[in-house]
Design a protein around this ligand. Structure first.
Ligand code: B12
Length: 364
């Protein structure tokens, strides 16, 4: 079965009511405990998780339940069908046996049956049955890694060199490549969207396929952070006469480069930006919004399991008489995998990248 047919089938055939979703979320901790304990006691557990530390399995279970809760809450079966092959690939290349997946999915089903009322359990387990039914397809699709999209094709060589220099910790060469691109016409946009973003996506793919370690991925990211900071200090910033705006990553969201690029590019387009970085707590964000009264708020979300937190921030702002006028823009890869999500959570707009974001905020 190909990817598109799988997505179509998932969208057409799966649905969970808000009541069943609520019960699943309410039982989160008990379900998680039950699945962790049962899987730890599995006689073949060491083989199933490929000798990895048990902590890695626990992380997967925690991410799984938070992700599934997001899928049910926002009825985003497109996101489910797009993400499952990634789960198989990422854990498979890191040593997990493909046999682990049917085992753990059956265990989730049993836990759901034990801890949820029968009607809710039946709805939730229909989705688990669908995943089990497509186990073979997930294995097949997990072997398909999409090629890097060739936007900015003339930068292919520089991307190759920059990526290699990042992984060999050659900061000076990376900086030279970045400076040379920045000095060209439309330099900032080309540097961010033509060099850094695709190279970071490639770094992610290499990690996903176990070709580089987590430490090497961290090294590459922190080098990019240093480069961006070094260049930021030299950027000509125009007078901020368009107004104030806040750019932040969502609570519990540790990916920050996307938001940072957006913040820098908005500044270059004349906005007065408060850039808050990763993992901003919701109450603190609301407090700062009240204090600074921005024209709009931009929230970056990469991991889909943070969607409910973004929805909660939007609902608080829209429901507050003194804050309801503030426009909310969302973006990041969690929104890129299902292009209807932003509407469902009540945002005013979504943009795929900073270029379209700038066009969007100019209409406000
Ligand atoms: C670096 C990195 C990390 C670093 C981040 C550090 C940092 N300082 O940012 C760390 C180590 C913290 C990390 C952690 C994790 N990561 Co990570 N990470 C990455 C990596 C390699 C690069 C991210 C990045 O900088 N991309 C470049 C930026 C520029 O791209 P971007 O974020 O998409 O932003 C662009 C647009 O989306 C848009 N945009 C972004 N935000 C916004 C906001 C608005 C308002 C708008 C309009 C636009 C917009 O504009 C940007 C420019 O065009 C990605 C690979 C990837 N594909 O992105 C994996 C990746 C995102 N991570 C992944 C995973 C699984 C994780 C972890 C769960 C790993 C783990 N087991 O712990 C955790 C989750 C932590 C958490 N709770 O957030 C997966 C996600 C897979 C999935 N299907 O969901 C990826 C895709 C890796 C992979 N290929 O498997 N990660």
């Amino acid at each position: 079965m190909d990817r598109e047919s799988l997505i179509k089938e998932a969208k057409e055939s799966l649905k969970v009511t808000p009541d069943a979703t609520h019960r699943y979320i309410e039982a989160r901790d008990v379900l998680l405990d039950e699945v962790n304990t049962r899987m730890e006691d599995h006689p073949q557990i060491a083989v199933l998780i490929g000798g990895n530390p048990i902590r890695m399995m626990h992380d997967n279970h925690r991410n799984h339940i938070d992700f599934m809760a997001t899928v049910f809450q926002f009825n985003s079966y497109e996101m489910l069908a797009k993400t499952l092959p990634w789960v198989y690939r990422a854990y498979g290349t890191h040593g997990f046996s493909f046999d682990y997946f049917p085992q753990v999915l059956e265990t989730w089903k049993e836990a759901v049956k034990k801890h949820l009322a029968p009607a809710a359990a039946a709805e939730i387990n229909a989705v688990y049955d669908w995943m089990l039914h497509h186990h073979r397809h997930m294995i097949e699709l997990s072997t398909v890694v999409s090629d890097m999209e060739e936007a900015y094709p003339d930068l292919a060589d520089e991307r190759g060199k920059f990526g290699a220099c990042l992984l060999s910790a050659d900061f000076q060469s990376c900086m030279k490549i970045a400076e040379s691109i920045l000095s060209r016409e439309n330099g900032q946009e080309t540097l961010y969207l033509g060099l850094i973003q695709p190279v970071m996506y490639e770094i992610g793919r290499l990690w996903e396929q176990d070709k580089i370690s987590t430490a090497e991925e961290h090294l590459a990211t922190s080098m990019v952070g240093r480069i961006l900071a070094g260049l930021y200090a030299k950027l000509p910033i125009p007078p901020p006469d368009r107004g104030k705006a806040i750019v932040t990553s969502a609570p519990n969201e540790f990916h920050e480069l996307g938001g940072r690029m957006l913040a820098d590019m908005l500044e270059a387009a004349g906005w007065d930006i408060l850039y808050l970085g990763a993992n901003t707590p919701a109450e603190e964000l609301i407090r700062l919004i009240r204090k600074t009264n921005p024209r709009f708020l931009a929230i970056s979300l990469t991991m889909p399991f943070g969607m409910d937190r973004v929805a909660a921030i939007i609902s608080t702002l829209k429901g507050a008489p003194d804050l309801g006028h503030i426009k909310i823009l969302v973006g990041g890869s969690a929104f890129n995998s299902d292009r209807n999500l932003w509407r469902q959570i009540g945002a005013d707009a979504w943009a795929e990248d900073p270029k379209s974001a700038i066009r969007q905020v100019l209409t406000w």
